[in-house]
Design a protein. Structure first.
Length: 305
């Protein structure tokens, strides 16, 4: 059995390392690996049980794909024009950016690529509900002080998909570690949660003035979770080595002071695969490469009920 893994842009080497010798073929960013699907953090989209299909024409390709399911996205590192013509004969799939708070359509999304003009590789069931795992949002160009807010928008949307629509809301508390200039604080406060924003540097003035926001000057690593009030959401986009962040989140988990956590693992130089695996191994975890990540992964965690 083969599974397809579409690497996030520029992450082919990291995905190859994550798949640990299972890769048997590569088509651009699409890596084909032996065995059942695994939770590959560096994959933007996972193709379940891809099938190789012989086609004699563009019309036949569209007919065969429609017989498998309705919704298709093309990944076309080769034969781009032919893939576009096939797509035009398939039912329309909206590529409009999401508005934050809106969940993607629940219908399954298939993916196909052209191995040759007369050969398709197609999967009717993929892990991402969006074409090629590309999470685009209608941007806010006025409120947030930096583009980092897009990472939290995506992380919260994907958290909501995993956990029954849960998002920060009025009456809930949050802690934003390494908050300056305040992009993540702005998101949390915009949703109505109270925010303790921790950083040595101050927040952007418009974020600091938002209702429910309290800036605490200091280091995220100096906090003792045992001495802190419990929070509904702990978020961190702080710049540090992943191993240091791992120690921090373990302290919060052991203290039982956070119900949910969203943290960015920022790799400085070589990818720390060992730390990434340690994050993924924590019960209740999901490790992802967000569309808005760079050389980073995002860790989502929810405490057991």
């Amino acid at each position: 059995m083969l599974t397809g893994y579409l690497a996030a842009e520029g992450s082919e080497a990291d995905l190859r390392a994550e798949l640990a010798g299972r890769v048997v073929a590569e088509h651009g960013r699409l890596l084909l690996a032996e065995g059942e699907p695994i939770a590959a953090a560096w994959a933007a989209n996972i193709w379940h049980a891809p099938e190789e299909i012989t086609i004699a024409s563009i019309g036949e390709a569209a007919t065969k794909l429609r017989a498998m399911q309705r919704n298709w996205a093309a990944y076309a590192p080769l034969h781009h024009r032919r893939a576009k013509l096939i797509t035009e004969k398939l039912p329309h799939v909206s590529a409009k950016p999401l508005r934050f708070g809106q969940l993607p359509p629940p219908a399954p999304m298939g993916s196909f690529t052209l191995l040759a003009p007369d050969r398709l590789l197609a999967s009717a069931a993929c892990s991402s509900p969006l074409p090629n795992g590309e999470w685009q949002f209608v941007e806010d160009r006025e409120g947030p002080p930096s583009r980092a807010y897009l990472k939290l928008w995506e992380a919260l949307t994907r958290f909501a998909l995993l956990h029954g629509g849960e998002m920060p809301k009025v009456g809930e508390s949050s802690l934003d570690l390494g908050a300056c200039p305040g992009g993540w604080t702005w998101v949390l406060a915009s949703l109505g949660a109270s925010v303790g924003a921790v950083d040595k540097a101050p927040l952007a003035p418009n974020v600091a003035a938002m209702p429910g926001v309290i800036w605490r000057q200091g280091s995220a690593f100096a906090l003792d979770p045992r001495q802190e009030p419990a929070v509904d959401w702990l978020c961190s986009d702080v710049i540090c080595y992943p191993a240091r962040l791992l120690a921090l989140v373990k302290r919060w988990i052991e203290a039982g002071k956070a119900r949910r956590m969203i943290c960015t693992l920022k790799f400085q130089g070589e990818t720390d695969h060992a730390s990434a695996a340690a994050f993924a191994a924590i019960p209740g975890s999901t490790l992802l490469h967000l569309h808005h990540n760079k050389h980073e992964l995002t860790w989502l965690w929810r405490a057991a009920e």
